[in-house]
Design a binder for this molecule. Structure first.
Ligand code: URP
Ligand code: ZN
Length: 493
């Protein structure tokens, strides 16, 4: 019997901390050897000088997420239950096509409901896909029963991050509720991830805009300018500091919000910042395309300007923003679940927020970042794989090329020029906001736990082979032990 199940030979292995020309030996789905030459293998992949990267880790994506009016405000008391168009099977295909091998996605909570049933339902949905997955638990209604009985059960199951929204009609938390979530997370050893936009300010701007007949998709950006993001980011950090709870700020779209993070980091506060490809590639002007086309680019926070892209890159280079996720939250353009679900002339308030982004994430960041000289290859690997894996407690199993890690690998052609089309995205959605964008650098093979799941764009993986990734306690998100006046309302375990 061969010593290795698989050998990847002749690649330029990029670990995020340097590159070296070496072979990789895989046994039972794990990396067991990095050596100058590996010969005794049952199967061989000839990398032919391509880059070999750790599989992408997308720590913010919405897949098959049952929702009650989650990402638009239709004004109904209880909107009907809908489920994302992207199933775990279609999302796995899209992710593998783009070089991503692990995801962290969201178990919903609807106001007035608990979370345990949603967790069991979501585990069953995810088990039908092909991609390895961990979960964030959304908290939109932190009642005693949810926080004291159900959330501890979830943490014991390996759900180790709680997601809160400071905006969206059906999801947002008041400050007191947010503090409650922070304290419980501290007690249980969880990370809290936060969507930072000011709910009241957005509501007020929305009503004013609509009152003046400014209803088109482009006014989505006017309703939520950078200042509402900056304010909520500042508040989210200040309250986390009050109770000494580590947090990650999701989808930072502008430098003024990132500066709040940088200031807190300089004080030693445990706060991390994530951004997404849309905030270095799409602009508010995209939402001003003719007719209803602008809806294709509507996400929250809203895309900004080209000048802002340069400032976001600077915050990435400084390390203030150290994770780049997709925030894949996809609605087709057409169809009853799509962007037009409230009509082709729906006012911006009633158009669902979110855009597809799984497949394009790595190519856009590689092309705009590495190919254009804004970041190094090492930084690219860390931003898109190693850092999210570490922050989410998935490393060293995920996000690393090291002995003992899962053999999740991507062969990457750094010179390949591709024009993005929707067909290349291989998702369940009928459009991509990146249609026509030219990128340099593309994944040519994706390997998940030693199995080739994508070769030259063709995805082949058996539904039901994706594994749940339970997460235990980890040091990175331990509180600092510093609270104002030393009063500690929720001693950390
Ligand atoms: O527009 C977005 N980002 N929709 C997804 C939900 C969220 O805000 O993360
Ligand atoms: Zn999101």
């Amino acid at each position: 019997m061969a010593e290795f199940d698989l050998a990847i030979r002749g690649g330029e292995v990029a670990t995020g901390f340097g590159t070296s020309r070496c072979d990789i030996g895989v046994k039972d789905g794990r990396i067991v050897a990095l050596a100058e030459r590996i010969t005794d293998a049952a199967r061989v992949v000839d990398a032919g000088g391509a880059l070999v990267l750790p599989g992408g880790v997308d720590s913010h994506c919405h897949i098959e997420e049952p929702s009650r009016g989650g990402y638009a405000s239709t004004g109904e008391a209880e909107p009907p239950l809908t489920v994302n168009e992207e199933s775990f099977a279609t999302a796995s295909t899209a992710a593998f096509a783009g070089g991503t091998t692990s995801v962290v996605c969201f178990i919903p909570q609807w106001k007035g409901y608990g979370v345990w049933d949603r967790y069991t339902d979501y585990r069953a949905r995810a088990a039908k896909g092909m991609i390895d997955h961990a979960f964030h638990q959304i908290i939109s209604d932190p009642t005693d029963a949810v926080m004291n009985e159900e959330v501890p059960r979830l943490v014991a199951e390996g759900v180790r991050s709680l997601k809160v929204f400071l905006t969206y009609e059906p999801l947002h938390l008041r400050d007191e509720q947010y503090l409650r979530v922070l304290c419980k997370a501290r007690e249980l050893g969880c990370l809290v991830t936060v969507h930072c936009e000011n709910y009241d300010a957005i509501n007020w701007r929305t009503h004013e805009l609509l009152k003046h007949g400014l209803t088109a998709p482009k006014y989505h950006a006017w309703a939520r300018p950078p200042v509402v993001e900056r304010e909520a980011t500042h508040r989210a950090i200040a309250l986390a500091e009050l109770v000494d709870q580590p947090i990650q700020i999701f989808h930072v779209s502008c430098a003024e919000a990132a500066e709040e993070i940088a200031r807190a980091q300089a004080r030693g506060v445990k706060v991390w910042g994530e951004t997404c490809p849309q905030y270095v590639s799409l602009t508010a002007a995209d939402m001003d395309r003719p007719g209803f086309e602008g809806a294709k680019f509507m996400c929250s926070p809203a895309p900004r300007t080209k000048e802002e892209h340069a400032r976001v890159w600077e915050m990435i280079r400084r390390g203030t923003l150290d994770v780049i996720s997709s925030d894949h939250c996809a609605f087709s353009f057409e169809g009853e679940k799509g962007k037009r679900q409230n009509g082709s002339d729906a006012v911006f308030r009633d158009i669902p927020n979110g855009i597809p982004g799984f497949t394009a994430r790595l190519p856009i960041i590689f092309s705009e970042g590495v190919s254009k000289g804004r970041i190094t290859l090492d930084e690219f690997v860390r931003l898109t794989s190693t850092n999210p894996a570490r922050l989410m407690g998935l490393a060293p199993r995920k996000g690393m090329i090291a002995v003992g890690a899962d053999a999740d690998l991507v062969l990457w052609d750094p010179k390949k020029k591709v024009t993005i089309t929707n067909a290349l995205m291989q998702h369940a959605i009928d459009y991509t906001p990146y249609e026509g964008m030219e990128v340099t650098g593309w994944p040519v093979m994706t390997i998940r736990r030693g199995d080739v799941v994508m070769r030259d764009g063709k995805v082949q993986a058996e539904p039901g082979t994706g594994r749940f990734l339970p997460r235990g306690p980890y040091d990175m998100i331990k509180p600092r032990g510093i609270t104002p006046d030393g009063f500690d309302p929720a001693p950390a375990r």
